[in-house]
Design a protein around this ligand. Structure first.
Ligand code: SAH
Length: 369
């Protein structure tokens, strides 16, 4: 009796795994060895979305590939375009789950912000994805398919090449390490995107940071700090209870010691919550040793809270205080707010959401788990 196995997904295999699998496949069919390279070229250079496009392969070989391999491509459920040039894809996965990715053009770059999970289990109180809850992990193929789909769309719409990829969409990338690390490898070694142009943003998952510290490639790390002390941070970010600041700082030291990989700290500016001058001083003390950048992100309003972004005056005062303490601080201009594409606003029009709960008590409840 034949058992059915999931077919290997050529969108998700590491480039060398794909090459090996294809070489074996063609050898077993008595085909010349160069066939594997032809397919690899279709995948990485020409960005083929289906085996049918691989026109220099005989039809029988294209059919055989389809029999033996998957090539994950995502369906666009909706495309939204912001007045500031940002565009957001809502992607539908094979099982109906929805995820989002965002293309952000600037004068010199085209950055793609991709998702690593459907939903998110971290439950950060200020984040819409956190409120929608966790659905499931994405496979490496589903992560890469966002890049492939967005890249083709950008080319068709005159936006040019994607220059940077940031894992700042839905989900916590370091809670889906196997798939995310495979995707990093594929972007870098398969699609030729420089490691320094790829940023993993984490809420502070210590074992994942330590693994990244050991990688030879210089992928960049962004840390969603958002509060410079344990008390405030645990109110905003439940996982602070599991990986408290001193432990996180230790892991960041290891990352720093590995050399050449500059850390960015992200800090959300919520009016009257995270933006006092005393907190700026604490933040400066905490981040000084890392010679890092601090990105100040004005809070992007989400339906679940009454919080407001810091006023421009408070933002300026906070940034100036950091600068005065020798910290490089940047205020990140919100992009795509009008299409709910800005940081923390991605929730894929969730149908799964919880109702409003008292913010801080919810954080406390979730935290211990
Ligand atoms: N899970 C990862 C990546 C996802 S979010 C992480 O936590 O880093 C990307 C960034 O947007 C994070 O720094 C996140 O804390 C921030 N963010 C979430 N909600 C936000 C909001 N409402 N306003 C501004 N930034 C927000």
């Amino acid at each position: 009796m034949r058992t059915t196995h999931a077919k290997p997904d050529l969108a998700g295999l590491l480039p060398e795994q794909g090459r090996t699998a294809l070489t074996k496949h063609f050898a077993s069919r008595g085909q010349p060895a160069y066939r594997a390279e032809q397919v690899v070229s279709w995948l990485y250079d020409r960005l083929a979305f289906s085996f049918d496009e691989m026109s220099n392969l005989p039809k029988a070989e294209r059919d055989a590939l389809r029999e033996c391999f998957d090539l994950t491509a995502l369906e666009t459920a909706r495309l939204s375009r912001s007045s500031d040039g940002t565009s957001k894809h809502l992607w539908k996965l094979a099982d109906g789950e929805l995820i989002e990715s965002v293309l952000i053009p600037t004068s010199t770059r085209l950055t793609l912000c991709i998702s690593s999970q459907a939903g998110c289990a971290m439950a950060c109180t200020f984040c819409a994805t956190g409120w929608m809850g966790y659905q499931r992990q994405l496979s490496a193929g589903e992560i890469i398919a966002q890049y492939r789909g967005a890249r083709a769309w950008a080319a068709d719409n005159g936006l040019g090449e994607i220059t940077n990829v940031v894992f700042m969409g839905m989900g916590e990338p370091l809670m889906n390490r196997k798939a995310v690390f495979a995707a990093l490898h594929s972007l870098n070694h398969g699609y030729g995107l420089g490691a320094r142009r790829i940023t993993v943003s984490t809420v502070g998952v210590v074992p994942g940071i330590l693994e990244m510290a050991r990688m030879p490639e210089q992928y960049r790390l962004a840390v969603s700090l958002h509060a410079p002390n344990h008390e405030l941070r645990q109110e905003l970010i439940p996982i602070e209870k599991k990986y408290p600041l001193p432990e996180l700082v230790e892991a960041l030291r290891a990352f720093d010691a590995a050399g050449g990989k500059r850390i960015t700290f992200e800090y959300v500016m919520i009016d009257g919550v995270t933006d006092s001058i005393a907190l700026a001083d604490e933040l400066a003390r905490l981040t000084r040793e890392f010679h890092a950048f601090v990105n100040l992100i004005p809070f992007n309003p989400i339906p679940e809270t009454e919080w407001r972004p810091s006023t421009p005056e408070r933002l300026r005062a906070f940034a100036a205080r950091l600068e005065a303490r020798g910290i490089s601080a940047f205020v990140r201009a919100p992009r795509g707010r009008d299409i709910a594409a800005a940081c923390g606003q991605l929730k894929a029009e969730a149908t799964h959401g919880r109702g409003p709960v008292q913010i801080t008590s919810r954080a406390r409840e979730k935290a211990a788990s």
